[in-house]
Design a protein around this ligand. Structure first.
Ligand code: FAD
Length: 310
């Protein structure tokens, strides 16, 4: 059994592992895919102090740094259930999909999140080639170009406002007959000169030239007619889904399924901590996930040194 068992091997899990291992306590990381979302990223330009890097390179560096320490890495392991300790200071159990289980006196949950996809032709093919999911990450790559934002909820409208300050033109596409974002955001959006809003529109296809996105097609849900828009970028903002389905009965989740944590990263279960995109932390970014992972690692150590000697 581990003193600190981390579930999830993205930036948050890697940071938690390093901080825990540096305290000299037995630390393990179980991850479905070590590296996490970073593996699906190409250009990273906001990892502070590193002007430019690429996802696979950063993922390899995360793993190399963790391996500098005495951390047991269990890659390709998917957790399916958490059974909290029955007594304070007892072992929490994490059941894996191969039937085995792992035990930790403290746990750090860092299973991340995934962007909801449109599921239309061209989306996968042009991912990172014009199809983007994160305006904070990729907005500046589209400086002076034309983009669309798919989704008129708060994140879509925030993204459209943000991008309107960087790119030449933004088309916001909403499936419903009206936007769902807060009224203040909608007013702000409507005041911007380089934004066009299209409602009752179903995005049907991402168009490209084999190398990059050149446009998109949508169907007008009122008239049934198809339309094409020429543009260089598409930001899909139809939801970020936390990978917490397996935790439903074990720890408190927000209505959006994010693990609720306090300022120290502790969940509703004593000795169980969480960090990164799977939590209620505002803004989902690499540096933020790493900071949260470090917090959770230190909090787990703090918890352990306060347990009565057994
Ligand atoms: P993740 O990176 O999602 O890692 C989660 C880990 O948990 C993975 O190892 C996963 O395999 C594992 N896991 C999930 N479920 C289970 C389970 N049931 N059992 C075991 N393991 C499990 N951020 C930036 O700051 N800058 C950027 O430029 C940037 N670009 C991005 C581009 C793309 C295309 C994407 C998708 C994201 C981008 N991000 C960027 C966001 C950034 O990648 C995330 O904020 C960050 O990776 C979150 O780290 P995390 O450790 O919380 O979760």
């Amino acid at each position: 059994p581990f003193e600190v068992l981390i579930v999830g091997g993205g930036p948050a899990g890697a940071a938690a592992a390093i901080y825990a291992a540096r305290k000299g306590i037995r630390t393990g990381v179980a991850a479905e895919r070590f590296g996490g979302q970073v593996l699906d990223t190409m250009a990273i330009e906001n990892f502070i102090s590193v002007n430019h890097t690429e996802g696979p390179k950063l993922a390899a560096a995360l793993e190399a740094h963790v391996k500098d320490y005495d951390v047991e890495i269990m890659n390709l392991q998917r957790a399916t259930k958490l059974i909290p300790a029955r007594t304070e200071g007892g072992y929490h159990e994490v059941v894996l999909d191969n039937g085995a289980s792992l035990k930790g006196r403290t746990l750090i949950l860092s299973t991340g999140a995934r962007w909801r996809q449109m599921g239309v032709p061209g989306e996968d093919e042009y991912r990172n080639k014009g199809v983007a999911y994160c305006p904070h990450c990729d907005g500046p790559l589209f400086k002076g170009k034309r983009v669309a934002v798919i989704g008129g909820g708060n994140s879509g409208v925030e993204a459209a406002i943000d991008l309107a300050g960087i790119v030449a033109h933004v088309t916001l596409i909403e499936f419903d007959s009206q936007l769902r974002a807060d009224a203040v955001l909608q007013r702000k959006l409507a005041s911007l000169p380089n934004v066009k809003i299209i409602t009752s529109a179903l995005t049907s296809k991402v168009d490209g030239n084999g190398e990059r996105v050149t446009g998109l097609s949508y169907k007008d849900r009122n008239s049934g007619t198809e339309h094409d828009i020429a543009l260089e970028g598409i930001f899909v903002q139809i939801g970020l889904v936390p990978n917490t389905e397996w935790l439903k009965d074990a720890v408190a989740l927000s209505p959006r399924g994010e693990i609720e944590i306090d300022a120290r990263g502790e969940t509703s279960v004593p000795g169980v901590f969480a960090a990164g995109d799977c939590t209620t932390v505002p803004y989902k970014q690499i540096v933020i996930a790493m900071g949260a992972g470090s917090t959770a690692g230190l909090s787990a150590f703090d918890y352990l040194i306060r347990l009565p000697a057994s």
